[in-house]
Design a protein around this ligand. Structure first.
Ligand code: FE2
Length: 221
């Protein structure tokens, strides 16, 4: 199933590579993503799946251990589980299909957020090009041009005390509904919010790992 859903994205990605874009919407994607995440809370609460929650102060992202059970924390904070495809069988199938389809190293993270979070995650940059698959609920994404390069790792801006200033106007400002697929290029600032939206919001982030496997010269942009 995932191979059929992902195949059209190959063409779309080639067209938009390096530029943020919404790549479409599919009810089958929402249903498949939800199915892949059906045991998320069980795996997290049992300790099988490492997870944390996001916090932020003064516009910088901090990660913290979960202070309680999934169902209690997820009403207040965004919970994330990195590399969840290593643990959840349904996500493992998704990652394998993505690997075969894109022929590119990849991994899947999961995010679950309550509604009404003005800041789900503050503006930051990452080391991967990512594809976001919205499973349920709504989430607002704002994507900004890569920040000016200074002393801080350009692929780890906005984290652990660093704050991205002078964001400028967003290149993309969109509310993702279930089944939406979003592409965010490596190094582009992005922030999310669920304020005023329908929740809870769950999504899968597929990391297309180019830099860490030495497959990109993008650090020289
Ligand atoms: Fe990110």
């Amino acid at each position: 199933m995932w191979r059929q859903l992902l195949q059209p994205l190959c063409h779309d990605l080639q067209q938009t590579w390096g530029r943020p874009a919404v790549l479409g919407r599919s009810e089958a994607v929402a249903a498949s993503a939800l199915e892949a995440l059906k045991d998320l809370s069980l795996f997290i609460d049992s300790g099988l799946l490492p997870a944390g929650c996001t916090g932020h102060s003064n516009g910088s992202w901090h990660s913290r251990p979960l202070p309680g059970r999934f169902r209690d924390v997820v009403t207040k904070r965004t919970i994330y589980a990195n590399n969840a495809g290593l643990y959840l069988p349904g996500l493992a199938e998704f990652c394998l299909a993505a690997l075969k389809t894109f022929q590119w190293p990849c991994a899947a993270n999961v995010y679950a957020s309550p509604a009404a979070l003005e800041v789900s995650v503050p503006c930051h940059t990452d080391r991967q090009d990512v594809l976001v698959f919205q499973a349920t609920g709504q989430k607002r994404w704002q994507v900004f041009h890569p920040p000016d390069i200074g002393d801080v790792d350009p692929l780890r801006r906005g984290k652990d005390g660093d704050v991205i200033e002078h964001l400028g106007d967003p290149l993309l400002d969109v509310v993702l509904e279930p089944g939406y697929m979003l592409y965010v290029p490596l190094g582009f600032g992005h922030r999310t919010s669920t304020y005023g939206l329908r929740g809870p919001s769950w999504h899968i982030t597929l990391n297309l790992d180019s830099v860490i496997w030495g497959l990109s010269y993008r650090l020289r942009w």
